[in-house]
Design a protein around this ligand. Structure first.
Ligand code: SF4
Length: 180
């Protein structure tokens, strides 16, 4: 069935992140959960206006940097910071069968598949093993919430598992109960 232009325009589009994967891995350390960030997260959840302002700021920053669609459960650390929610099919565990041999997206052939982008970035930064992790299905109840607050509150601890189903932490992913 043909799709009208307005509907097509609303679909997610593969988004090449603005910063290199190496820079993103470095910047991630600034977000590492600690006593301060956990206290901030609790404060933001108790104060609606402050929480709203913080989430709006996160949205503005991540939309520009990653094409973030505010799923609230951020996969970026396991995908070399290429957002899987910008896949038109929103596939969280690798590309569909429609990606072309030259790496083009099936839905938007003028753009590269975001999973091809993720692989290239992971390879450049030495993180290809991260891409074999299995991502948990998206919990749509968290859509629109702050993924930073959810991360600091320890809600992302089981976002992915190894191929045997064992919960796995990334090297940059500290234990949620760890001291600062
Ligand atoms: S919060 Fe979700 S939509 Fe936003 S960058 Fe992370 S994975 Fe993508």
């Amino acid at each position: 069935m043909p799709v009208d232009t307005a509907t097509r325009a609303a679909w997610p589009r593969p988004f090449p992140p603005r910063l290199s994967a190496r820079v993103n891995y470095l910047l991630h350390h600034a977000l590492t959960p600690n006593r301060v960030t956990r206290a901030l997260a609790r404060f933001l959840e108790r104060h609606e206006r402050a929480g709203w302002a913080f989430t709006a700021t996160e949205k503005a920053v991540k939309e520009r940097a990653f094409g973030c669609r505010m799923c609230g459960q951020c996969a970026l650390p396991a995908t070399a910071y290429a957002c899987p929610q910008t896949c038109p099919k929103q596939l969280r565990n690798g590309p569909c069968g429609g990606v072309s041999a030259d790496g083009a997206c099936e839905v938007f052939p003028e753009q590269r598949c975001v999973w091809v982008i993720a692989y290239e970035r992971a390879e450049e930064a030495g993180h290809t093993a991260d891409l074999s992790l299995l991502q948990r299905p998206v919990d749509h109840r968290l859509t629109g919430s702050s993924s930073w607050v959810n991360y600091w509150q320890g809600r992302d601890d089981d976002l992915w598992a190894d191929p045997a189903g064992v919960r796995t932490r990334l090297p940059i992913w500290p234990t949620s109960g760890a001291a600062a």
